[in-house]
Write a protein that binds this ligand. Structure first.
Ligand SMILES: [Ca+2]
Ligand SMILES: [Ca+2]
Ligand SMILES: [Ca+2]
Ligand SMILES: [Ca+2]
Length: 335
């Protein structure tokens, strides 16, 4: 349904109210758009040595902090380094699986000694569907072999119940925690046959962090600690961070055209594409996708605030009609 007169009128109203631009809704943050100016024999990387304070991939901010005196960095680097055999700190930018997620070139490397070192910030509250996570070669070989600072996981007997855990925190716009997801980068607590150090890109579902995630923060902890804290190298890697997206036709606006695609394909299960109305990448077109559409289409504020439609039932049709009447076209990418 197109209601151009309404759209024109309400665009004027929304302009007067001051609309907020939707950004990064729908993005797969893949790091392929980040220039990598520095090289090692293992590949190329960017660690903030130009003191920019971070970088952007697909509209999402990644922080870093570079120390010019010691030539050290913390936070996020982008990399395409794939040396899977050289142990130690000099190989800190390499992915242990030997590539980015799904065979891609670039990925993100977090050096996160303390919570808040590595932060991912979205330009507005959003739902993060999930991300691929893995170990870097430096941490993986340290755990598998041991090194000057850290023990070999399992110990001499092989039966020490060691572990290396990443906690992922969703933060809302006020900095309050919206939820936490734990992921074990290594886990030797079970029987020897089940002990593992993650060596592939593992998908981690982050939808439980909710729909109001403004930023992600991280904490690494390990069973191997000394007088200076954790001995295990404090690194993890991510790629293909997926943010829910209701711009089904890819025209950078979340509007009634996208709702039309959702309506047409409502009920598709297990086979749906993003273009058919699957906002959260679960291959189905259902009420959750409608709620994401509603959230992103209503980010203009007061115009659609009262149109709460909690269930994909008959009320959806009422909501669709009302919301379509109230729609304005909101640019998804902004400043
Ligand atoms: Ca990638
Ligand atoms: Ca074990
Ligand atoms: Ca659209
Ligand atoms: Ca879906």
């Amino acid at each position: 349904m197109r209601c151009n007169r309404w759209i024109q009128t309400l665009t004027l109203i929304a302009g007067a109210l001051g609309t907020s631009a939707l950004t990064n809704a729908g993005t797969i943050v893949d790091f392929e758009d980040v220039p990598l100016p520095s090289s090692t024999s293992a590949g190329d990387y960017y660690n903030g040595s130009d003191l920019a304070g971070g970088f952007v991939s697909q509209g999402v901010d990644f922080n870093n902090s570079y120390n010019v005196v010691f030539s050290t960095w913390t936070g996020w680097a982008a990399s395409n380094s794939t040396d899977t055999t050289t142990a130690g700190f000099t190989n800190q930018y390499s992915a242990f699986p030997g590539s980015g997620a799904e065979g891609s070139a670039n990925f993100g490397v977090a050096f996160n000694s303390a919570p808040g070192d590595s932060v991912i910030t979205f330009s507005q509250p959003t739902e993060v569907t999930g991300t691929y996570i893995t170990n870097g070669t430096y941490a993986a070989l340290s755990m598998l072999l041991g090194d000057a600072f850290a023990k070999k996981f399992g110990g001499i007997s092989g039966s020490d119940p060691d572990w290396f855990k990443l906690a992922i925190f969703g933060k809302d716009i006020s900095g309050n925690t919206t939820g936490t997801v734990d992921f074990y980068l290594a886990d030797y607590r079970g029987s020897s046959s089940q002990d593992y150090v993650v060596d592939n890109w593992a998908w981690v579902d982050l939808s439980s962090l909710g729909t109001q995630v403004q930023s992600l923060e991280f904490e690494l902890t390990s069973s191997d600690n000394g007088m200076f804290g954790m001995n295990t190298p404090a690194y993890f890697l991510i790629d293909n961070l997926m943010v829910s997206d209701a711009d089904f036709n890819g025209d950078t606006f979340v509007d009634d055209q996208d709702l039309g695609l959702w309506e047409t394909n409502y009920g598709l299960t297990g086979t749906a594409s993003h273009g058919q109305g699957d906002a959260n990448g679960d291959l189905s077109v259902d009420g959750t996708d409608f709620l994401i559409w509603q959230l992103q289409a209503s980010s203009v504020g007061v115009l659609t605030e009262s149109l709460a439609v909690p269930e994909p039932t008959t009320t959806v049709l009422v909501g669709m009609i009302l919301t379509s009447m109230l729609l304005v076209r909101v640019p998804r990418y902004g400043v």
